[in-house]
Design a protein around this ligand. Structure first.
Ligand SMILES: Cc1cc2nc3c(=O)[nH]c(=O)nc-3n(C[C@H](O)[C@H](O)[C@H](O)COP(=O)(O)OP(=O)(O)OC[C@H]3O[C@@H](n4cnc5c(N)ncnc54)[C@H](O)[C@@H]3O)c2cc1C
Length: 410
């Protein structure tokens, strides 16, 4: 029994799936598009739980997909948000070295940024203090990125869904427990009905590896989730940075370090984080929610091996970032940027996200770049980690450039 037919079936209505639907329409590839999501409404996972920073393109080596997608993507997302009058804080970002020996990395970031087409300026201590009086740079130098902005990610997801619905895209919600029948280009839903499609695009975020495996794709990748908890400055705190404030990152690991982010609210709330703590399981946002003991045991083994082998400086990540969930360590990380921050200035934020980080079993390393893998009548978008929110419109175009020639429409 086939109850539904479409040209393109998108699994997962996060920002990546939504932008793909948008670009399928804009490029007139097809208007017969269905998005399925296992949740009753959108934005319950990473796209509704992230920091909303539109990154300007300083971190990635030129050439990789992340770098290609980030700068153009940030401009497009910002224009999209501005055209609709959605909340946006055009506050910029400043990056400082917390230790003197990290100063040289500012030059590397500036080089990457310039090569990627981003605008960057070197600042001295006076310029820095004018923006954020309490900030400390260990070398006195800082890198200023004027085009970094902050949006409200949940508002973006909801507005994009609404516009897609108005343009005829079908959304089937609470579609969990389906099984793939790739040889017949069908999904069998939990109630026994079928969806027939021409091409399927997997944008399932924290479940993307599982979905890919059910199509025989990406078996070398498994999810190694990391939890991002945030704290925030209390409303009465005398320190309220007006711009994003980031430390020079360790570019060996795909985490940016604890940073300060003013939100896009009329009175910005400044969050501090995220932690990058190994998560117990894929969707374990709180307490014992969604625990998967087998996955937890397997992932602990992978993490222990990474630590022992110290691949890509993994030990340094563990020492500096893995335990930031402990408030005194998070406070210490925050004080490296603003020494005057005290425990009494902080409160735990409600915001918590989990990073859909993949581990490559063949190379035994964390996957850094986004992946777009072909499968039977399908495309699998994997490892859509930060800055996939920033990059999503341009990332969608890059995916379609690769996938569209292989698409057989229903
Ligand atoms: C703590 C944190 C902070 C971040 N901050 C930033 C930032 O400031 N700027 C930035 O650019 N990026 C940021 N990111 C990254 C960004 O949020 C993600 O890259 C992006 O949201 C990924 O979107 P997605 O569509 O791939 O995944 P998701 O938003 O997770 O969407 C996947 C969807 O698939 C659905 N789904 C899963 N499995 C199935 C299934 N079997 N069947 C049907 N549906 C399914 C889920 O319900 C979900 O709705 C951050 C990430 C984290 C964790």
């Amino acid at each position: 029994m086939t109850s539904h037919t479409c040209d393109v079936l998108i699994v997962g209505g996060g920002i990546v799936g939504l932008c793909l639907a948008s670009q399928l329409l804009e490029r007139v590839i097809t208007s017969s598009i269905t998005v399925i999501d296992k949740e009753p409404d959108l934005g319950r996972h990473t796209s509704g739980r992230n920091n909303g920073v539109l990154h300007a393109g300083l971190y990635n080596k030129p050439g990789i997909i992340k770098a290609q997608a980030r700068v153009g993507g940030a401009r497009r997302m910002r224009a999209w948000v501005e055209e609709r009058g959605l909340p946006l804080n055009a506050c910029g970002k400043v990056i400082v070295p917390p230790r003197p020996e990290l100063d040289g990395q500012l030059d590397g970031l500036a080089e990457h940024g310039t090569a990627n087409g981003a605008t960057v300026e070197f600042w001295d201590e006076d310029q820095l203090r004018e923006l954020i009086p309490e900030v400390r740079s260990a070398s006195g130098r800082a890198l200023w990125s004027p085009n970094t902005a902050v949006v409200k990610p949940f508002a973006v997801v909801r507005r994009l869904q609404q516009e897609l619905q108005e343009q005829g895209v079908s959304f089937l919600m609470e579609c969990a427990g389906w099984s793939a029948v790739p040889e017949r280009r069908r999904l069998r839903l939990a109630d026994g009905s079928m969806i027939a499609y021409g091409h399927l695009i997997n944008c399932a975020g924290l479940q993307d590896d599982r979905v890919a495996h059910s199509f025989g794709a990406g078996h070398e990748y498994k999810l190694l989730p990391f939890k991002g908890l945030y704290w925030q400055l209390k409303p009465g705190c005398p320190i309220q940075p007006r711009a994003n404030l980031y430390p020079v990152p360790d570019l060996n690991v795909p985490f940016l370090g604890v940073h300060f982010t003013p939100s896009a609210d009329p009175t910005p709330v400044v969050s501090i984080g995220p932690t990058a703590t190994p998560a117990w399981c894929r969707e374990n946002y709180r307490g014992l929610q969604a625990l998967e003991p087998a996955m937890l045991a397997a992932n602990l083994t992978v993490l222990a091996r990474q630590y022992l082998a110290n691949r890509g400086g993994f030990r340094r990540y563990v020492h500096e970032q893995a335990f930031l969930v402990l408030p005194p360590l998070l406070l210490r990380a925050a004080q490296q940027l603003i020494p005057a921050v005290r425990a009494e200035h902080l409160e735990l934020s409600q915001k918590v996200g989990i990073r859909s980080q993949l581990f490559n079993r063949h190379t035994q390393r964390l996957q850094d770049d986004f992946l777009c893998l072909p499968g039977p009548a399908s495309t699998h978008v994997l490892n859509a980690i930060s800055p996939a929110f920033t990059a999503s419109f341009t990332l969608a175009d890059l995916i379609l450039n690769e996938a569209a020639p292989r698409m057989t429409l229903a």
